[in-house]
Write a protein that binds this ligand. Sequence first.
Ligand SMILES: Cc1cc2nc3c(=O)[nH]c(=O)nc-3n(C[C@H](O)[C@H](O)[C@H](O)COP(=O)(O)O)c2cc1C
Length: 468
Amino acid sequence: MLPQIIQGGMGVAVSNWKLAKAVSQHGGMGVVSGTAIDAVLIRRLESGDEGGDVRRALAAFPNQETANHILEKYFIEGGKAADVSYSNAPKLLINASRHSNDLLIVGAFVEVWLAKEGHNGSVGINFLEKIQMGSAAGIIGAMIAKVDYVIMGAGIPREIPRFITEIAQKKASYITIDIVNGESERITLDPAEFIDVTKFEFVRPMFLAIIISDILAAYLARDESSRPDGFIIEGPSAGGHNAPPRGKIEFDADNEPIYGPRDLANLEKMQKYGYPYWLAGGFGARGKLQEALDLGAVGVQVGTLFALCSDSGFTDKIRNQILDTLRDGTFEIHTDMLASPTGFPIKIVSLPGTTALPDVFAARPKLCDMGYLREPIMLKSGRVDYRCPSEPEKPYLKKDGTMEETVGRKCLCNGLFSNIGLGQHRRDGYDEAPIVTLGSDVDGCKELIKDFPGGWNAAQALDFIDVQ
Ligand SMILES: Cc1cc2nc3c(=O)[nH]c(=O)nc-3n(C[C@H](O)[C@H](O)[C@H](O)COP(=O)(O)O)c2cc1C
């Protein structure tokens, strides 16, 4: 049975296994984030794995040699000292090391395994198409944990249906990696290299593509190898990255991009195609589920309402700061056209202490030590290198980048880890500051906080959305 309420994937580890499990146990579908899941694994182990959850999941991984190696390398009993830095995961590459793939596979396995532990509800995992180099290994790890749904947005995920079908058949499969100014290459992985597949049965998960337009739905559906099992149609108010408005971009008085009717999917066409679809972006409020059903949808995908619930990965400090602004009416959010190195607009909450504020941003010494949003580039010299427009300007320019491309870019990798209490402490003493994304439609949150002045949990959020 298809889920009516999907709790959207929210990176990095805002939708962690605890949130997804709480949602799935209460009749919705919980979705864990697969973004930077290798570093999430390392940082949880180096923080001491309080409660032993990660170690319990590691003990269930089919290849114990790999699991033990990771445990021995990263686990710190009691957690690392506050003035010590976390170890970095190897940066994503086209020709990744075995260890890098192991971390991605085991990281995704742990997250899904824990989200599924102890109940029969469905669990999904979310990846970003933009982070192409991490997807193949992450999806395999999630499939080893028997994930029910793979969900992908932030690009055109045309290869995933074929990839998951082939992996489920225990075959090697590939994902194509775009190279700026160069010919694309492939990352090919064989699950048999990572676990003993003779003793294992995969189940092919369903694949849902996150899209904004019916045109993309028609494009993906035209061929079996790219056809998703359903679509999540995201409107412009949704949290996280958004698609830019179509055509020439115009801005309002607050310098916000203006979205118009052309930016909304044609739902009559979607109904004609006959594929299941869910609506996302401002659907976490009373009456909105019914509205989506009336528009022919199977249900809704909701992010913001769950991001702010007590089961999410946000630190209490950040959650409470935001809840305060909802209570006193000072909540402020902007669609930033430049902040994300991906080039996509991203919604950023104006929150004190985060790099949304100019002084906090200016105080951050630039550095690129995580690199999830680096893209491969064929340099004029003929060599393939990797670059991110929010890395320090000098190396970026050396990699055939332009100064213009670096303006206003923020380090999402480090900022997003600080949101969940796993931020880096640098050797020079600098602590990475958070950067928070949410959706711009917070009507549902403002309503729910009246019922629960101290904040709500995942089950209460689900009941609230479900009220007809
Ligand atoms: C904190 C946060 C992080 C998000 N991260 C991701 C992500 O990593 N991948 C993704 O596909 N969508 C992401 N989203 C979008 C949600 O999955 C969901 O589609 C969206 O929030 C729905 O709109 P709403 O926020 O108005 O409910 C994120 C949303 C939030 C609020």
